[in-house]
Write a protein that binds this ligand. Sequence first.
Ligand code: 5AD
Ligand code: FES
Length: 358
Amino acid sequence: MQNIADILIKETFSREDIITLLRVEGDDKKLLFEKAHEVKQKYVQNKVYFRGLIEFSNICSKDCLYCGIRKSNPSVNRYNLSDVEILDAARFAFENKYASIVLQSGEMTGNFFSRRISNLLDQIMKLSNNTLRVTLSCGEQSADTYKEWFDHGASRYLLRIESSNRDLYYKLHPQDDKHSFETRIACLENIKTIGYQTGTGVMIGLPFQTMEDMADDLLWMKSIEIDMVGMGPYLEHADTPLFQFRHDLLPIGTRFDLTLKMIAILRIMMKNINIAASTALQSIDKLGREKAIKIGANIIMPNITPGQYRNDYKLYDNKPCTDENPEDCKSCLEIRIALADNDIAYGEWGDSIHHLQS
Ligand code: 5AD
Ligand code: FES
């Protein structure tokens, strides 16, 4: 096997290099994490930017086989926040100097929905004197809709590819027009062309997923020059079809560890992008997000969805912080990030440097 230090000094990683890095343990793993930490410090500093996350509706027209809020799950209590509730949450973020928010929902389409988002964007811009940066995470939409939202002030868009391996993608989604891999890719291209800071991501430790797939995911992110990434461990949900494969999964600790390695490797490969410490990490390890921050992540998305709705936005089992309110999350995170020797960049947008320089 190649010496890890020799791989870590390379300008670019091959597929084999990445697979080797995904397998490191012990002192070699320490080397990987130290290198990622160093790159993070040099290119994006020891800073963490907040994105206040508003999960404004769990109504979804999709049926992804892994997701707890999929359309065909009858046990979900469906909700849709009112405009006032959404704007109150945005105001909380503004007043607490989060500087950025994320509006996330199940996937809905149509004129009513797109106009509602445009109107909300107008009002968010107004209440924050055009200073809040808004990320949208509302799934696949037409190019016109993406453009309309961009024109109304959204500047970042998140659309995870979930897996960049087309065959694996179809094992995770129903085989129909509504769940097309090609459409997903086309949407990402449209988002990028329109001028959004573009974010994607994958799940790690999925059934049928190999180390080769994970390495290819990172190479694919680099090849499309992505600006922002959110990756998290796959966590099984009892009310989903993929739950039947739970006995074939990697142990949960291994999925956690692989996620940290993926973040560290990506930080070295794409030095100036924004990488989120996903909430899913925290549901495995109480200090999961802080560990991710130490080795490369620089974004945290504190949940600012009003407390009473959080229990109903369960994409996976054991989602953390569902009993908290936004104030509790804020003080809890302040302590946690200080523990990770990072500073919270209150009042700073934290735009993707990769995007600004492209
Ligand atoms: N485990 C982990 N992540 C999940 N997501 C959805 N379901 C699960 C799950 N069971 C992630 C998907 C989606 C994001 C909003 O949540 O990657 O894009
Ligand atoms: Fe939500 Fe700690 S981050 S309670």
